[in-house]
Design a protein around this ligand. Structure first.
Ligand code: ZN
Length: 321
């Protein structure tokens, strides 16, 4: 069964001097190429994330240097891949990649600090292959505010609104996960493309501000958008840990969202290698077990195809044009 995952972190974890580690097997991670193959995963979005102390703003120059460094590292890894992994930048490349049996990497930046506030380097990132952008991680920057406890922050800045328009114009996906509620509303009002929350769950089931309210889910449905299910234990259940959560909790969130806004708007958004996943999922090879659990809950093969990859393909196609 094929899987396309809307949010992975793993590429940035690879050490500089071992660009082939992800290709040959990297057991300390949730996801490497051999295990992705075993699971049936054929691609996904891969996030570049610049670390800072929790909630602290980040120096844009640091973010630029780090983002360049990760893309360089990815390119070195691709040089070792013998065409078994490809950076894909449009739908024709994604489809050709799948037909060739290669693994598709879509580049995502998580938190737009690497983008200059006047957007003067947005085309540079586009040229380097970035096709998806989260305005914030959970911190404040020139464009927007991230979620935090209480979540009472402001919406997008003028630069943030400009960034959404310019992403729309270029066909760069705008990711709402990590954005605060006011920012979510602003993007929903402004964006011309399907709304994407690449790795978030249902707030009514787990009251964490990283999860989505019913109103936000409705906005995603109304835009023909998608929610990628996040596997982080604390976003599955209040105070959840890998031991106290299971694949069934992921299925609970998926079923809640399907019941509320329909099967056309839910997909995978694991956050592999960026979070603590339920112990019984183990790693990417647990994806078929998630599919089996959803089948046990009544999902048809057509539903599973939408959930596992077709919804992501449709949304990316509508976004990239
Ligand atoms: Zn994230």
């Amino acid at each position: 069964m094929p899987f396309f995952d809307g949010h992975n972190d793993v590429l940035i974890r690879l050490s500089d001097d071992q660009p082939q580690a992800w290709l040959t097997g990297h057991p300390a991670t949730h996801l490497d190429l051999p295990r992705a193959r075993r699971a049936g995963m054929f691609g996904g979005l891969f996030a570049i994330y610049t670390e800072s102390q929790w909630g602290q703003p980040i120096d844009p120059a640091v973010a630029v240097a780090h983002t360049d460094c990760v893309i360089d590292r990815l390119n070195r890894m691709l040089d070792h891949a013998n065409d078994s992994v490809r950076l894909v930048r449009n739908m024709a490349e994604l489809d050709a990649c799948v037909r060739a049996g290669a693994f598709a990497v879509v580049l995502h930046i998580e938190g737009a600090e690497a983008v200059a506030a006047d957007l003067s380097n947005l085309d540079y990132w586009y040229e380097r292959g970035v096709r998806s952008l989260g305005l914030t991680w959970s911190r404040t920057n020139a464009f927007a505010q991230g979620v935090g406890p209480g979540d009472t922050g402001e919406g997008l800045t003028a630069a943030g609104r400009d960034l959404v328009r310019q992403c729309n114009a270029r066909g760069i996906a705008v990711d709402l996960s990590h954005l605060n509620d006011a920012g979510f509303r602003d993007v929903a009002d402004l964006s011309q493309t399907p709304l994407i929350a690449s790795h978030s769950n249902a707030r009514p089931l787990c009251p964490n501000e990283r999860n989505l309210t019913d109103d936000q889910l409705n906005a995603i449905r109304n835009s023909a958008g998608i929610v990628g299910m996040n596997f982080h234990a604390a976003f599955l259940r209040e105070n959840g840990t890998p031991q106290s959560t299971s694949v069934r909790d992921i299925a609970d969130h998926a079923c809640y969202i399907v019941d509320r806004i329909g099967v056309d708007h839910v997909g995978l958004g694991s956050d592999f290698d960026g979070c603590d996943i339920p112990a019984d999922l183990v790693d990417v090879t647990g994806l078929p077990r998630l599919a089996d659990t959803l089948r046990d809950r009544g999902a048809s093969q057509a539903d599973l195809d939408l959930f596992n990859w077709k919804n992501w393909r449709r949304v990316l196609q509508a976004t990239w044009k």
